[in-house]
Ligand binder design. Structure first.
Ligand code: NAD
Length: 320
């Protein structure tokens, strides 16, 4: 990838796709951004509107395009498909969005590309796996945005509760991006200290109770936002910028993206989030942590939930 060769193709010109581009534009990270949507007028309108940011940001080409643009793309970000309605779980989107992802992969599969693909459409873990099956690319080149957003929400809520800058909090949500996700307390550090050690020093609250409440609040974040305003997009937009930086700058950043596990954490054949080193080729390394029994078994339950979803899709495909 040349210095100027940072081409990003975004498929899905809805709230998430455009919030991501709006975060990407001022970063100067991309040299070229192409927006694709089945509703071409929407893609045209959004790209024109976004192009009017150009006098205020580093130079970048932005336009509506088509799947041929994937050929020389460095990053393809898939945000197309149905979103949750109030009270609906992400898993309930699977049937319609599996069809959307299959259509999109069929189009991308027609061009030869070295791009890394980031799946965002929900349920993201199952759809990351479906994209792998359809495209047949090396697994590390296809990543799901996974729990990067949930981990950000976790750090935000811990930071509010502990009154400490979120940058000084290392914390990961692992497993499904959904109801079975797991707060990895064993990997949570504040000011470099394991969280419970920090709590003992701080001694400001009944931390056992509060930690549990914070993990629940992370899980329920999207439901609350969807209830208030219909959908979530700014947090995921910024999470996608973070993943893009890691890939396009080959940063080798540790992020909880959704990736195919093959025996790591005693889990196989399913995409879910664990801390991964992310760089130019996508997932460069899966960080294999030794989890305590409670977190390990919660992670395995989460993997089982995603596997059940995939089995449902396979049975629909066989029947239909
Ligand atoms: P939206 O309704 O605003 O936009 C969806 C866009 O997808 C529309 O413009 C639509 O025309 C387009 N589209 C649908 N089918 C298509 C196809 N076959 N080809 C091309 N374009 C197609 O929805 P949104 O709020 O932007 O959400 C998009 C997806 O992102 C949803 O599935 C949502 O659940 C998901 N999401 C994921 C996360 C995450 O953390 N992974 C966070 C928020 C939202």
């Amino acid at each position: 990838m040349s210095a100027k060769g940072r081409k990003v193709v975004v498929i899905g010109a809805g709230s998430v796709g455009t919030a991501y581009i709006y975060a990407l534009l001022p970063s100067g990270l991309a040299s070229s951004i192409v927006l694709i949507d089945k509703d071409d007028k929407r893609a045209q309108g959004e790209s024109l509107d976004l192009a009017h940011c150009l006098p205020f940001i580093p130079p970048v080409e932005i336009k509506a395009g088509n799947y041929k643009d994937c050929a020389d793309a460095d990053l393809i970000v898939v945000t197309a498909g149905a979103k949750q309605k109030t009270g609906q779980s992400r898993l309930e989107l699977i049937q319609s969005n599996a069809d959307v992802v299959k259509q999109i992969c069929a189009e991308i599969g027609k061009v030869k590309t070295d791009a890394v693909l980031v799946m965002v459409t929900n349920p993201v873990d199952a759809l990351t796996r479906i994209a792998m099956d359809y495209l047949g690319w090396p697994a590390p080149h296809i990543i799901g945005s996974g729990t990067v957003l949930d981990s950000a929400r976790f750090r935000y809520l811990l930071s509010k509760h502990c009154d400490v800058d979120a940058h000084n909090i290392h914390a990961y949500i692992i497993g499904e991006h959904g109801d079975s996700e797991v707060a990895a307390w064993s990997m949570t550090h504040i000011a470099g200290l394991p969280v419970r050690n920090y709590c003992r020093i701080c001694n400001d609250c009944n931390y056992e109770e509060n930690l549990e409440r914070i993990a629940m609040a992370v899980k329920d974040s999207a439901y609350h936002i969807i209830d208030y305003k219909g959908s979530t997009y700014y947090g995921i937009g910024m999470s996608l910028l973070r993943i893009s930086q890691a890939v396009l700058r080959n940063e080798r950043s540790v992020l909880t993206v959704s990736t195919l596990l093959s025996g790591e954490y005693d889990i196989s054949d399913v995409c879910l989030s664990v801390p991964c080193v992310v760089g130019r080729s996508g997932v460069e390394k899966i960080v294999k942590a030794q989890l305590p029994t409670s977190e390990q078994s919660a992670l395995q339950k989460s993997a089982a939930v995603i596997k059940q979803t995939l089995e449902k899709i396979h049975s629909w495909m066989v029947c239909g």
